[in-house]
Design a protein around this ligand. Structure first.
Ligand code: FAD
Length: 376
């Protein structure tokens, strides 16, 4: 079929930037880029009928890191890298709230917490490093962000865990509303979308990039940015991006539930919150790191059982508690770093990927860097 002049000029003119992936990073990058070049055509290609990646399958914590995770990050990557990342997450959280509004994204500043068993080695490590960490973080927040809050554990109906830290600065969002608000903003900016468009191959030419889709369509674009996070290895297998599946379950509403806010355990490997009157809990990837290094969707009995055990042991002893939903999503890590990867792969192709387990707050900042990179 041949196109008309109108089709060619309106829908098939090569975009100045094509972004692959309609998650938090892809959508914010499109918005930032379009603000910079309002007259340019910006196209987002998404393989799902709607955004289908981690951004809509996560736990919805708008967070910057719990003490045990930040101490582990310091040990693995040094204090400067840890502080830089926390600052980016914190700034991102403030920017996202200012841009979209708390109501539109369901943000509630209920506080973020981390829990420890009384005699665990992890608790000892956090106890030892707590004051120094708080002191280092003071330069970002203007005050120490964390405090011990053991006395509130019981009020949340939590049992069997004796120590808790709290920050007032975090809270949950509604991840569906967040993406819906971003889509609305993207539409207001005149960004174009093509859904059910799986990119299978990119081929850079002298003046453009050819983008091949699974239905054999080939699109032309001046530049392409991959915002494909955990699915990046499908297109760039040599890049240091390791997919990591995160599993989640949600219980039916629990009468009299007192849990409120976001909660972490074990360096962020477990996390839970109240949602819809029930408990959402996720994590357990450390129980099978190799098996969970996959972008395949699915849940496994071992990890789901571990998640249920935490609920029953610490959060709800009611034997009639029922799980109503289970799902998984794909994160992306570097083999040695949790640092997001924003880089040009060639003259016309760039990536903004590898958001680790905490992309909600930092996504807007990663996207700004990506937009600047693709503007150069
Ligand atoms: C279970 C789970 C819980 C999490 N909980 C939290 C949390 O509480 N707080 C937090 O801050 N972070 C959390 N995260 C991490 C956070 O969700 C991610 O870091 C963030 O959403 C990444 O955004 P993104 O835009 O980079 O990637 P994604 O949202 O994954 O977007 C990538 C998009 O690219 C599309 N795509 C991929 N390949 C192609 C292709 N070939 N062609 C076309 N489209 C393609 C995908 O369909 C997808 O929509 C969690 C992640 C998971 C999995």
């Amino acid at each position: 079929m041949s196109f008309s002049f109108w089709e060619q000029a309106t829908f098939h003119a090569p975009p100045r930037l094509t972004i692959v992936g309609a998650g938090i990073v892809g959508l914010w990058t499109a918005i930032h880029f379009k603000r910079r070049f309002p007259k340019s055509k910006v196209l987002v290609l998404e393989r799902g009928a709607n955004p289908g990646g981690a951004s809509v399958r996560n736990a919805g914590f708008a967070c910057f890191g719990s003490p045990s995770e930040l101490l582990a990050d310091t040990q693995n990557e040094g204090s400067d890298a840890m502080l830089r990342r926390v600052e980016e997450r914190w700034r991102g959280l403030l920017e996202m709230r200012a841009e979209l509004g708390d109501g539109a994204i369901g943000f509630e500043q209920t506080g973020g917490h981390e829990l420890y068993a009384s005699d665990s080695p992890l608790y000892k490590r956090v106890e030892e490093g707590f004051d120094k960490l708080n002191d280092e973080l003071r330069r970002i927040f203007g005050e120490p962000p964390f405090r011990w809050s053991n006395e509130r554990i019981e009020a949340f109906g939590i049992s069997g865990l004796l120590h808790m830290t709290r920050t007032d600065l975090e809270g949950p969002v509604h991840s569906g509303k967040l993406i819906a608000a971003l889509l609305l903003k993207a539409h207001e900016h005149g960004i174009q979308f093509r859904w059910n468009a799986v990119v299978t191959e990119l081929s850079e030419q002298a003046n453009h990039v050819l983008v091949r889709l699974n239905d054999s369509t080939v699109l032309k674009s001046e530049q392409v940015l991959l915002a494909t996070n955990g699915f990046t290895p499908d297109l760039l297998p040599d890049l240091d991006v390791v997919p990591a599946r995160g599993q989640v379950l949600l219980t039916e509403p629990i009468p009299g539930l007192r849990l409120r806010g976001t909660f972490h355990m074990e360096e962020g490997y477990y996390y839970f919150r109240d949602l819809n009157g029930g408990i959402l809990i996720g994590g357990g990837r450390h129980l099978d790191i190799e098996g969970e290094a996959t972008s395949n969707e699915g849940t496994t009995p071992m990890i789901q059982t571990a998640l249920e055990s935490i609920v029953r042991e610490h959060l709800c002893s009611d034997a009639s508690m029922q799980v109503c939903m289970r799902w998984s999503g794909t994160m992306a890590f570097g083999s040695r770093s949790k640092e997001p990867l924003v880089q040009r792969m060639s003259d016309r192709i760039g990536v903004a990927v590898r958001l680790s387990g905490m992309g909600v707050a930092i996504g807007i900042r990663v996207a700004r860097r990506a937009s600047e990179m693709m503007s150069e």
